[in-house]
Every structure is written in C-alpha cells, then in structure tokens.
Design a protein around this ligand. Structure first.
Ligand SMILES: O=C(CO)COP(=O)(O)O
Ligand SMILES: O=C[C@H](O)COP(=O)(O)O
Ligand SMILES: [Zn+2]
Ligand SMILES: [Zn+2]
Length: 360
C-alpha cells in the first residue's frame, strides 16, 4: 500500500486527542475507513485485535450500553446504568492494557447513547475526567451521543453542551442526525418512516456549524438508508451517494477544502462491497459492524459443537473409548477459540472491504 504509514502519524495502543483526528485525516486522504467492532467480552476484544495486528492496521473497538453491561456481568443490576458504566470502564481499562501488545493503533469508543441512557454517558464522562486528571488524556478516545430521536434543535443543543465538556479533555464526539433504522440499544427504529432514514444536507451543515466552533474533533453519523441488523433485501435502499452531496453542501457553505466532514456508517453488516466502497469514497472514515461479527463468532463455535458432538455429551466416554475423558474438547479455551477464529476472519474481511490493510 502506498502513502505514509499510520504509525508514522500515530502510535500503537489507544489513541486520544489530535491523534484520533490524525488517523481519520489519514483515512480520508487515502480513501479508506476503519471498522468499529462492537465488543462484549475480552475474548472478542482479543480476536479483533489479533485480526488488526495480522493485517497491520488500525482498528476501532466500541461498547454499546447493553454490551458494556454484559462486560460487567449480566448478574449486576443496571437500573441506574451502574453496570453499563462499570462495564464500559472495565472494558476500557482492559483494552488499554492489552492493546499495546498487539502493536496497532486503537480507537476506544462507546456506541449509541439515546436521551434515556444519558446517565450512562455522564458516568463514562466522569471516568474520562478522572483519568484525564491523572494521565492527561481521557479514558476513552471518543463517545457517540445519539439524540437523533429528538428535534434537530434539541439534538444540536445537547451535543454542543456535551462536546464543550468533552473538548476540555481532548475527546472526540460522534453524533447522529437522521435515523439509523432497525434496532439499537433500547430504541426500536423498525417502524420509522422512510424519509427520516435519509439525512438532509442542511441538517448536516447545521451540526457542522455548531460543533466546529468548539473543536474539529467530531464526526457525524448521517442516515443514508442504513439499518442495524441483517434482513432479506427489502424496501429500504442504501444511498451512499448522498454522503457525497453532504460533503459538497458543507464545503460550499464554508468555502473550505474538499470533504470537510468525517462521516460514520452505521449498520455496516449485510452491505455490499460496492455500497461500502462508495461510502468510503464519499468520506466515511468509520463503519460499524456488529451483526455480522456476532454471526461470525457463533459459526465457529456452532460448527465445532456439531462436529465434536459425540465428544461433548458426557465428561467421560466418546467414540474413541468408553473411558476416554473429554476435558480437552469442552475446555472453553478450545471451543470459544473456534468462535474467535471465525470472528478474526470476518474482521479481516471488513477491513479489506474498507481498504484498511497494511495501513501501519
Ligand atoms: O451500527 C452498528 C452499531 O452502532 C452496527 O450495525 P450492524 O449490527 O448492522 O452491523
Ligand atoms: O446499535 C447497534 C449495535 O449493534 C449495538 O447492539 P446492542 O444494542 O445489541 O449491543
Ligand atoms: Zn440512532
Ligand atoms: Zn449503530
């Protein structure tokens, strides 16, 4: 791959502050994007980092509100988001300690936060500020605030409020305007009308105008017909071409350089290679993938269990003999590893689709 290497621009391990922007600038200039994989356990974190290491490229790891609670343990109460806060913080510390061993740059991010989940956001920001006091950088590289269900005015005003706080600790903000269809944490967008799945260029510009006064370190998840989850091809059409129109509109308004916006592609699973390519050419620097990597993780485990079924029915006794122990078949390090291998392969595929290969 030609061009200057990312590692000459940013270091390995978790990136914060201007390093996040440098990475996204590098991606935009070189027309590639970085996948953001939802992680819910250390096993999944490790498999994703292993893939990034082996293709020598940066990666984004993100926790959703539900994924963070799972990271902390399903047995914990989460009525006030306490498990989601504890789990997000624990995942962040784990990722911070392990990422440097994989030798690739990592963006550590949290996913959709709707209005009703703001206590989760506040808890993570408290942890970021405490970490900043000690280390001079926030715990997370970035967070997503998703107030796309609210009016545009309220969405932008609350983003301004939070981004002002985040900018003080050099943190990146991802916001959403227009709606990602399908389902996300605690929010069911399966029934929203089609028009709201396509963000208008004027709305994007309004976001840009408000947030760029605070800091350049923000990205926009615009709706272009994308949905969370994988369904049989239906009535919603992905329109990555409109992302190019957003770039043009804002560029003309500000009279600035080409592609002023950092755009985020939600609902990456199930997209065609052509749709992904067109989105990247139009300035998408981050594409979220969850459903397809969940599926990939399952397939390795599923196939292992089906193939080794006769070794997994009893602790002792299998086709090799009635006294043979099965410990080496049911050790989680064996069967969970099979899921890690198929996840690893799917992450590499997402990176290839986005042009994120040999970018170090
Ligand atoms: O957008 C996503 C997470 O925010 C992931 O979407 P998919 O599950 O459709 O890949
Ligand atoms: O919003 C999209 C992500 O897939 C989050 O998924 P989740 O809410 O099931 O953790
Ligand atoms: Zn949303
Ligand atoms: Zn999403």
């Amino acid at each position: 791959m030609s061009g200057k290497g990312a590692l000459s621009v940013v270091p390995a391990g978790v990136l914060t502050g201007d390093n996040v922007r440098k990475l996204f600038d590098y991606a935009k200039e070189n027309k590639f994007a970085i996948p953001a994989i939802n992680v819910t356990s250390s096993s999944i974190v490790n498999a994703v980092l292993e893939a990034a290491r082996d293709i020598n490229s940066p990666i984004i790891l993100q926790v959703s509100q539900g994924g963070a609670a799972y990271f902390a343990g399903k047995g914990l109460a989460n009525g006030n988001q306490e498990a989601s806060i504890a789990g997000a913080t624990a995942a962040a510390h784990f990722i911070r300690s392990i990422a440097p061993h994989y030798g690739v740059p990592v963006v550590l991010h949290s996913d959709h936060c709707a209005k009703k989940l703001l206590p989760w956001f506040d808890g993570m920001l408290d942890a970021d500020e405490a970490y900043f006091k000690e280390h001079g950088e926030p715990l997370f590289s970035s967070h997503m605030l998703d107030l796309s269900e609210e009016s545009k005015e309220e969405n932008i005003a609350d983003c301004v409020k939070y981004f002002t706080r985040m900018a003080k600790i050099n943190q990146w903000l991802e916001m959403e305007i227009g709606i990602t269809g399908g389902e996300e944490d605690g929010v069911d967008n399966t029934g929203v009308d089609n028009a709201s799945l396509y963000t208008q260029p004027e709305d994007i510009y309004d976001v840009y105008a408000a947030l760029s006064k605070i800091s350049p370190n923000f990205s926009i998840a615009a709706g272009f017909g994308n949905v969370h989850g994988v369904y049989k091809p239906g009535n919603v059409k992905l329109r990555p071409d409109i992302l190019g129109k957003h770039q043009e509109y804002t560029k003309e308004k500000i009279g600035g350089a080409e592609k002023p916006l950092y755009l985020v592609f939600h609902g990456g699973s199930g997209s065609s290679k052509e749709e992904i390519r067109e989105a990247v050419v139009n300035g998408v620097v981050k594409m979220n993938v969850d459903t397809d990597t969940q599926w990939a993780y399952l397939t390795g485990i599923r196939d292992y269990v089906l193939k080794k079924k006769d070794y997994l029915l009893t602790q002792v006794g299998n086709p090799d003999g009635p006294d043979k122990p099965n410990k080496k078949y049911y050790d989680p390090r064996v069967w969970v590893r099979e899921g890690e291998k198929t996840l690893y392969t799917r992450v590499k595929e997402a990176c290839a689709d986005l042009g994120n290969e040999n970018r170090n």
